[in-house]
Design a protein. Structure first.
Length: 261
């Protein structure tokens, strides 16, 4: 039997081919690892005005590294939050919502000392903007990128419901139900009076709009919000819809001549 000799060029080409296949397999693996990481992460939408990118581009892990733009909430839960050497609180979770612009904050359990000193009225639970998270320290605690005064300023720009503070992004697109369980509609914006949120603008559902002869949008007083439900992403009112539309505060906020900030 004749044997065909293998040339040096053939051996060289085979080696190059194996090298290319190895690189291709490595690229595919890296791509799958990246997709897996992305599917288990939460991130703020860079195309919205409410989002500013966190500094750095290192992955989130203990060791004093800077945060990436994508923050894995699983790695932040139950971590202490510090500004300098001051303990601010502990991260407890975040809102569940498919739109990134509605999940710009995480929830924290604030220490009593910080709440007493930096809140107008102390609150045990408050929002923490993700853009303020700077890095994870070597001891596992979370470092914020701004001063305590910046955090205080943001807490003033919140809504108090059931003695808890909520950032505007945490209320946007929430369903609003009266205390009879009637789904009135969803929050689409907020109303400020003298630098304080006094109402939420709701787009009522068609049947509710017809039944109570409502306009395309209504403003519901913040004072009528009784509580929120985390699992169902709802705000529950203190009164019925029938009672709501007769309240003096409701009539004032919905007066055509009312001027907001």
């Amino acid at each position: 039997m004749w044997k065909i000799p293998i040339s040096d060029n053939h051996t060289k080409n085979q080696t190059n081919f194996n090298f290319l296949i190895g690189n291709l397999e490595s690229d595919v693996k890296n791509q799958l690892d990246y997709q897996s990481l992305s599917s288990h992460s939460i991130s703020a939408n860079p195309h919205t005005q409410m989002q500013e990118k966190c500094e750095g581009d290192a992955p989130l892990r203990p060791g004093g590294k800077k945060m990436s733009d994508e923050i894995r909430i699983q790695e932040l839960l139950q971590r202490d939050v510090y500004i300098g050497d001051k303990l601010v609180g502990v991260i407890t979770g975040e809102r569940f919502h498919p739109r990134d612009e509605c999940v710009q904050s995480v929830r924290i359990h604030v220490t009593g000392e910080v709440a007493d000193e930096y809140m107008r009225k102390p609150s045990e639970f408050a929002p923490l903007a993700k853009e303020l998270v700077h890095s994870v320290r070597p001891d596992g605690s979370v470092k914020l990128s701004k001063s305590i005064r910046e955090l205080q300023r943001r807490w003033r720009n919140t809504v108090r419901i059931d003695e808890k503070l909520y950032a505007p992004d945490e209320l946007m697109d929430r369903a609003v139900l009266d205390n009879d369980g009637v789904d009135i509609g969803n929050v689409i914006s907020m109303v400020k009076v003298k630098r304080t949120y006094k109402g939420v603008v709701v787009k009522p559902h068609y049947m509710v709009k017809i039944k109570y002869n409502l306009p395309d949008t209504i403003t519901i007083p913040v004072a009528q919000m009784s509580r929120t439900t985390a699992r169902l992403d709802e705000v529950i009112l203190r009164c019925t819809t029938k009672r709501l539309v007769t309240l003096p505060t409701y009539l004032k906020l919905n007066d055509p001549n009312f001027e907001e900030e």
